[in-house]
Design a protein around this ligand. Structure first.
Ligand SMILES: CC(C)(COP(=O)(O)OP(=O)(O)OC[C@H]1O[C@@H](n2cnc3c(N)ncnc32)[C@H](O)[C@@H]1OP(=O)(O)O)[C@@H](O)C(=O)NCCC(=O)NCCS
Length: 393
């Protein structure tokens, strides 16, 4: 009897784990039906309007928004972590600037974990207070890593952090070497709030898989960075801006429809559109588009001759993708354009996402450990049937 006939029936597969609920979480909820994203119960739009990223960081790591006293103690912790340690600067210097900035961030987080390993009282036993402290230090330290790498690529000397500025203002100052205006600070802070957490997305799930083996915080975060780098996930903000520029250079808004027809005929994915969970628009987009609109207006007012062309292509592509595929933009669509208008190099967009999402990842590592179960799914084997290794004689 042939093996095909005796093979057991294939079990139901869940490709990409689509629609599978694998665990519970109290960190955030994404509800596609009501188009809502809540961080520990708070709508992300309200957090973006009334809080700074430091408040959101505290909320994600500690479970509640900080009191004024808790906020100032948290600020002190963050600001103490800002300076780039000489050893870490040396590690970055060893990486050629031909490397992608995500590779630099991934390596820097790994080096930070080696320099300050997460304590464990017994193998795999971590005190959540230690994990929160290290996650806070990591969140505080990443702007200097990203800024140092961005500046060395532009042959500019590093800018030391200041401890009298908030997170976003100092981040921008470390990158651009001058104090940013309020509009940039607000828009950047909004992007940080919107990027901080999004339930069981691919990188967060990666962090939880690593944490489920009782590994340490930094190993979980390094793995998550690797998952975020891909263009189907965080890398989409870079890819979205590249697309915008390509279409602007290649016919502009008038050529957008033809470009889309060609791309769909080639079955290409249009970066910055679609989402695994949201099927009727990403809840974060309106808030990010509001910040983007302000940046576009300002660029227009300052005589930026390119911005009108990019803005027209932005709208034409969004309308064209909706008309042809019924797909709406995800948050990477407006954030890529916004980061471009703030002056960041395109390759640094995904590291900016890391700087913020490290909060969500850390909150999930802490939560995974609270009720841990090793994450180890099954697979259905469909390779060759049992056979003997041929004789080598
Ligand atoms: C995010 C993403 C991976 C979600 O994918 P998914 O949940 O697996 O959705 P599917 O791939 O099943 O999409 C369903 C259909 O829409 C199409 N589709 C989805 N996103 C698309 C996109 N961005 N461009 C073109 N077609 C897209 C699929 O090709 C598929 O079409 P088909 O039924 O004719 O085969 C996908 O939308 C994508 O690749 N987007 C671009 C990358 C991006 O912006 N990522 C950031 C996400 S926040």
């Amino acid at each position: 009897m042939s093996d095909t006939l005796t093979a057991p029936p294939a079990p139901e597969l869940h490709k990409g784990l689509a629609g599978v609920v694998v665990d519970r979480t109290a960190v955030s909820s994404v509800d596609a039906a009501s188009n809502s994203l809540l961080y520990r119960g708070y709508p992300v739009q309200q957090l973006a309007a009334s809080c700074e990223i430091e408040d959101v960081a505290y909320l994600l790591l500690h479970g509640e928004l900080p009191t004024p006293e808790q906020r100032s103690a948290f600020d002190a912790e963050l600001r103490a972590a800002r300076p780039l340690a000489p050893g870490l600067q040396h590690v970055i210097d060893l990486i050629p600037t031909s490397a992608h900035p995500m590779d630099v961030v991934r390596t820097a987080i790994s080096a930070l974990g080696a320099a300050e390993p997460e304590p464990s009282s017994a193998p795999g036993e971590h005190d959540p207070a230690d994990t929160r402290r290290l996650a806070t230090r990591l969140f505080g330290a990443l702007p200097a890593v990203i800024a140092y790498d961005q500046r060395r690529r532009r042959d500019l000397p590093p800018v030391r952090p200041r401890d009298d500025l908030g997170y976003s203002a100092d981040f921008l100052r470390q990158v651009f070497g001058r104090e940013a205006d309020d509009q940039d600070v607000r828009a950047f802070d909004t992007s940080m709030v919107l990027y901080a957490e999004h339930s069981f997305n691919a990188s967060t799930f990666t962090a939880r898989v690593v944490a489920s083996t009782l590994s340490d915080l930094h190993s979980s975060i390094v793995a998550a960075v690797g998952a975020l780098k891909g263009p189907l996930h965080g890398g989409a903000n870079e890819a979205a801006l590249e697309l915008l520029v390509r279409v602007a250079d290649d016919g502009g808004a008038d050529g957008a429809a033809a470009w889309l027809d060609g791309a769909f005929a080639r079955r290409e994915k249009i970066m910055g559109f679609g989402h695994r969970v949201y099927k009727n628009g990403d809840s974060r987009v309106p808030t990010m588009e509001e910040a983007l609109a302000g940046l576009v207006d300002r660029a227009r007012a300052s005589g930026d001759s390119r911005v009108d062309q990019l803005a027209a292509v932005y709208d034409a592509l969004a309308a064209g993708v909706l008309e042809r595929k019924g797909l709406k933009p995800n948050v990477d669509w407006p954030s890529g354009f916004a980061y471009h208008l703030m002056g960041f190099d395109t390759a640094v967009f995904t590291p900016l996402f890391v700087a913020s999402r490290v909060l969500g990842w850390s909150a999930h590592v802490i939560e995974q450990r609270e009720a841990n179960s090793l994450i180890r799914p099954l697979s259905h084997y469909d390779g060759p049937a049992l056979r003997d290794v041929p004789s080598r004689a």
